[in-house]
Structures are given as structure tokens and as C-alpha cells.
Design a protein around this ligand. Structure first.
Ligand code: PLP
Length: 407
């Protein structure tokens, strides 16, 4: 709740002039409530309600219901892939794929990705082999090649920030060894690689439909593949191995998507291109607001990628900006701008993987400078203008802020 009592500091409707105007030094925060990096997108309520009415009328809430089937069909059309299998979340989806392919031994993956993949490998008694990033912040194929052994069973690469990783180079490496390339497309809904929609590459791609993603179903996961046998296996194993009411084909778990989640997915899919356009406008507002600021690099995907623009990624160079990334993060957080370090500190430096991997200097340097800012379709251009003014002020007065914060 905003504090409007007489003793509360005055609201921040005046321009930033002095250090005492910053929340770090006692002023009222710029925003009364946190601004998150990826505030979830809420679909058109009427579209969602109409879908829920169908679910209520049918009393069919889960177990491969009509809305799940419809969402799978629509996703096949949109992503131009033969098989879409929806699940309860992306981590469960990847687990089903790993199990279905019978992977054993070592799996190469980037350290600069969400921790879920490394954890999953660990829990499945596979060995995660963390690899370096390239200049594009993505898994470096040359580093992968250097870390391959006779025990390497697969590569799981991530399309970080919705941009495609170097699929051709990674696929060539996998083809040489006869192993599977799996792609973590959690960030990448709607993106393209060489003109083709992401979702159609590797042995399978896995999307997250978590609420913070560009396209979401509150919670959910999606496997896309051209392998009909793999898709059939996933359909069985997401539902305890059942192929009929009392017929079990194999071991399986409960990784099903419910009808309520599918309703959210369908409603969001209908509005996805509008959301993408809104997120792109937000990206443009940041590009203008931060233009020319020394020591701050904004990552801008090329137009042919058709990136979903859900992530606003900056890199802070302490020498050029005047303060390091963590000092800027502290300043922003105090103002209720909940910027985030990603994927800090890197998978290879997080328990339980810590100590089982050599140092990865390029990944570690990247983890020290990446800062994500509140963005996506649910952000507003006014918020962006205020955040950019704040960041410009921080850069202009960096030496004084550093000294005062130290004191
Ligand atoms: C790159 C990446 N991979 C995997 C996941 C896991 O997705 P889920 O939460 O749907 O299991 C996430 C979630 O944030 C992610 O960002």
C-alpha cells in the first residue's frame, strides 16, 4: 500500500535534482509498487471467460480435454510443426523428453541459462557439462566441441532472450556424433531462425508457458518435434503411461495441462501478435531513452529474428557507466524498479553443481554485467521514460552516488 501519511516522504513527481531525491538516500521510491522485469500479460477477459464457460458446461477440467487439443492444433499451425505436446510446465516437458530418449552419461549445456536444466540432469543421474557462451550470449559450439567425450549423450542449448542459438553449428556437432540436439525455447516463442519459426529444429524444442513468458498459460510447457514416435511416447508418459481407461503401456508421471491453463493459452495466443507489437514499442522507447549512454549496451535483436521483445537486456560496463551493475541494481531496486541479474551466478557456480565444473571466465564476466529492466507488453512507455531518466541520473552523478552509498 502506498504510504500517504503526513510523515511519509513526498511523492516523486518532481525531477531528479539531488542525491536526496533518490530512494537510496531516503526519498519516496519512484514507484509505489514494484515494476517487475516481466509483468505477466493478461489476455482479453471476454475471450478467456467465453472459453471458461465451455469448460464449465462440459465439466471436463483436465485429462487431454478439448481445449488442450485445440491449443495443440493451433500451436502446430502457428509454429509450423507436425507435433505439439502440451505439459504442466517446461521442466516436466524436458524431463519427459530426456526419459523418452533414454539419455545416459554427460549432457552439454550452457552455464548461462535457467538453472532448471542442470537440476533436471542432476536429478536424472546425468552429468551436466557446463559450456561457455559466445559473443551472442548463447552456447558456444566451439567450446561444446572441446568438451565432448565418448560419454556425451546430447546437447541442450538455449535460445537466450528469444534469439536463436547457432542451431546449424550445434546440429552439425550432434550429427557427427549421432547424438540428440534438444533446444530450450523457453524464451523464444514467435522467433525465427533463417526464416523458419523456432520450434522446428533439433530432435525436439521445449517452450515454457509460465506466466512470465511472452506467450503463457499461467503455467505450462510445450514440446515441439517432427518425430511422431517421440510425440506419441510423450503423450503416454505425461499421463501415467495410460493409452486407454485401464490400459497402461509404460511408466509415466502426471505432467498434463489442465483445461483452465489451456483456456489461458488460447486467449493469450489470440492476442500474441498485439503483445509482440506492444513489447517492441517498449523496446523502442528504451532504445531512445538510453541512447548514447556510455557504459550501457542495450541488446537489440535484428528484425529478421521476429523476436518477441519480451526481454530488455542491458550490459553495464562499470568503467564507462561510473558504477558497476550491482550498484545500479541496488539503486533501481530502492526505487521499486525490480531489475534482475540473469542468470547470475551461472549454473556452474550454483549448488549442487558448484565445484564440479572448471571456471568459465566468459560466462562469469557476462553474469557480472547483465541487467534486465522491466519490459514486455504489460509495461508502459511512461514507466520506461521514468526508468530511463533515473538511469541517466545515476550515470551522470555516479561518483557522488558511489561515495554517498559507501559512506
Ligand atoms: C531458459 C529457461 N528454461 C527453462 C525454464 C523452466 O520453465 P518452467 O518454469 O515452465 O518449468 C525457464 C523458466 O523460467 C527458462 O527461463
Amino acid at each position: 500500500m502506498p504510504d500517504d501519511s503526513p510523515s511519509a516522504p513526498p511523492p516523486r513527481d518532481k525531477p531528479l535534482c539531488d542525491l536526496s531525491d533518490l530512494a537510496l538516500f531516503g526519498a519516496r521510491p519512484l514507484f509505489d509498487a514494484p515494476r517487475h522485469v516481466n509483468r505477466p500479460q493478461a489476455p482479453d477477459r471476454a475471450v478467456f471467460d467465453a472459453l471458461l464457460d465451455q469448460v464449465w458446461d462440459r465439466r471436463w477440467f483436465t485429462n487431454d480435454g478439448p481445449l488442450v487439443q485445440e491449443l495443440e492444433r493451433r500451436l502446430c499451425d502457428y509454429l509450423d510443426v507436425p507435433h505439439c505436446v502440451l505439459t504442466s510446465n517446461a521442466t516436466a516437458a524436458l524431463d519427459l523428453v530426456i526419459h523418452a530418449l533414454g539419455l545416459e552419461g554427460e549432457v552439454l549445456l550452457p552455464s548461462f541459462t535457467f538453472i532448471s536444466t542442470a537440476h533436471l540432469l542432476h536429478l536424472r543421474k546425468l552429468t551436466p557439462v557446463f559450456c561457455e557462451v559466445g559473443a551472442d550470449m548463447m552456447l558456444d559450439p566451439a567450446d561444446c566441441a572441446a568438451r565432448m567425450t565418448t560419454r556425451t549423450a546430447a546437447i541442450i542449448a538455449t535460445h537466450v532472450w528469444g534469439s536463436p542459438c547457432d542451431i546449424d553449428a550445434l546440429q552439425a556437432l550432434c550429427d557427427d556424433r549421432g547424438i540428440a540436439l534438444l533446444l530450450d525455447a523457453a524464451h523464444a516463442f514467435g522467433g525465427r531462425y533463417k526464416g523458419r519459426r523456432l520450434g522446428g529444429f533439433g530432435r525436439a524444442e521445449v517452450f515454457s508457458l509460465h506466466a512470465t513468458k511472452a506467450f503463457h498459460a499461467c503455467e505450462g510447457g510445450l514440446v515441439t518435434t517432427s518425430d511422431a514416435d517421440l510425440a506419441a511416447r510423450l503423450r503416454l508418459t505425461r499421463n501415467f503411461g495410460f493409452s486407454g481407461p485401464d490400459r497402461v503401456e509404460c511408466a509415466g508421471v502426471n505432467a498434463k495441462m489442465s483445461e483452465l491453463h489451456a483456456a489461458m493459452g488460447l486467449a493469450n495466443l489470440a492476442g500474441f501478435e498485439d503483445s509482440r507489437a506492444a513489447a517492441m514499442r517498449i523496446h523502442g522507447a528504451y532504445a531512445r531513452g538510453l541512447e548514447g549512454l556510455p557504459g550501457l549496451r542495450l541488446k537489440s535483436p535484428p528484425p529478421e529474428e521476429e523476436n518477441n521483445h519480451h526481454y530488455l537486456v542491458t550490459e553495464i560496463d562499470a568503467a564507462g557507466f561510473g558504477m558497476d551493475r550491482d550498484a545500479l541494481l541496488a539503486l533501481l531496486t530502492a526505487e521499486n524498479v525490480w531489475a534482475r541479474r540473469y542468470f547470475h551466478p551461472g549454473g556452474h557456480r550454483s549448488p549442487p553443481h558448484l565445484g564440479h565444473s572448471p571456471a568459465l571466465p566468459r560466462t562469469e564476466a557476462l553474469c557480472a554485467r547483465v541487467l534486465l529492466l522491466p519490459a514486455g507488453a504489460a509495461a508502459t512507455s511512461e514507466e520506461v521514460a521514468q526508468i530511463c531518466r533515473l538511469i541517466r541520473f545515476a550515470a551522470a552523478r555516479a561518483p557522488e552516488i558511489r561515495a554517498a552509498a559507501g559512506a
